[in-house]
Design a binder for this molecule. Structure first.
Ligand code: ADP
Ligand code: MG
Length: 238
């Protein structure tokens, strides 16, 4: 388990400053949702926390340790992407076990951990299938399985349900809430879906143009939005 501290973090692509002097402290074991319009920097921030993108200013600490130069495995983070990013030529079992094979675990150890992850996500009967033989919801479960099998301290989701149809989105949202209850780890979840944010979050971070507009519980943001932008995003009657 781990806290995530973002301290005066900035990110520029050449002259384009996409994250500006951002400060945020995420508590251990909480589910934080980032919301904000397209292009405001949510994915960039997530990728910087994951160690997939270098920060150009400030410091990120995970579990109290400076993580600026650490890779995702060293940081103890795992990320689930919007497009699943499964390996098409591998079975579900191989997809979920891939990072463990890279890490040099033994076959029996890998098999046991893959089975435990599959059990958690109720996809045990799909282990021998290829991604092409799965539905969208099943693929997303496999993508989540690939992340949880590593037992990450911090779990990052970038709009994981946005490619699913409305009905499936609701049931997967419930699954993710259950997963968080079970694993009790630090989760950061990016979405542009206001209902997802309001129902999943312990805390919501509202972003706009590379900055934070407001941080609070769903109730706080709904009852006392700091400005019209937040009110509009959260759907407050104001
Ligand atoms: P969001 O996830 O909130 O939609 P992003 O983090 O993807 O936003 O993007 C934030 C800004 O950074 C956008 O203006 C985007 O065009 C820009 N951006 C993202 N990645 C790159 C990159 N690799 N090179 C240049 N600009 C980028
Ligand atoms: Mg994005």
């Amino acid at each position: 388990m781990a806290s995530v501290e973002i301290d005066q973090v900035g990110k520029s692509y050449g002259a384009l400053e996409v994250i500006k002097d951002l400060n945020l402290h995420l508590e251990d074991g909480k589910l934080t949702v980032f919301v904000g319009p397209s292009g405001c920097g949510k994915s960039t921030l997530l990728r910087m926390i994951a160690g997939l993108e270098r920060i150009t200013a400030g410091e990120i600490r995970i579990d109290g340790k400076r993580a600026n130069d650490a890779d995702p495995i060293e940081r103890g983070v795992a990320m689930v992407f919007q497009n699943y990013a499964l390996y098409p030529h591998m079975t579900v079992e191989q997809n979920i076990g891939f990072s463990l094979r890279m890490a040099g675990l033994t076959r029996p150890d890998i098999a046991a951990r893959v089975r435990a992850a599959a059990q958690t996500l109720q996809i045990e009967e799909l282990l021998s299938r290829k991604p092409a033989q799965l539905s969208g919801g099943q693929r997303q479960r496999v993508a989540i399985g690939r992340a949880i099998v590593r037992d990450p301290k911090v779990f990052l989701f970038d709009e994981p349900l946005s490619n699913l149809d409305a009905e499936l989105r609701v049931s997967m949202r419930v699954e993710i809430a259950k997963l968080h209850q079970k694993l009790q780890n630090t989760m950061i979840y990016v979405t542009h879906d206001q209902t997802e944010a309001m129902t999943l979050a312990d805390r919501i971070v509202v972003m706009r143009a590379g900055k934070i507009e407001q941080v609070g519980t769903p109730e706080e943001l709904y009852e006392e939005p700091a400005n019209l932008f937040v009110a509009g995003f959260i759907g407050s009657p104001r």
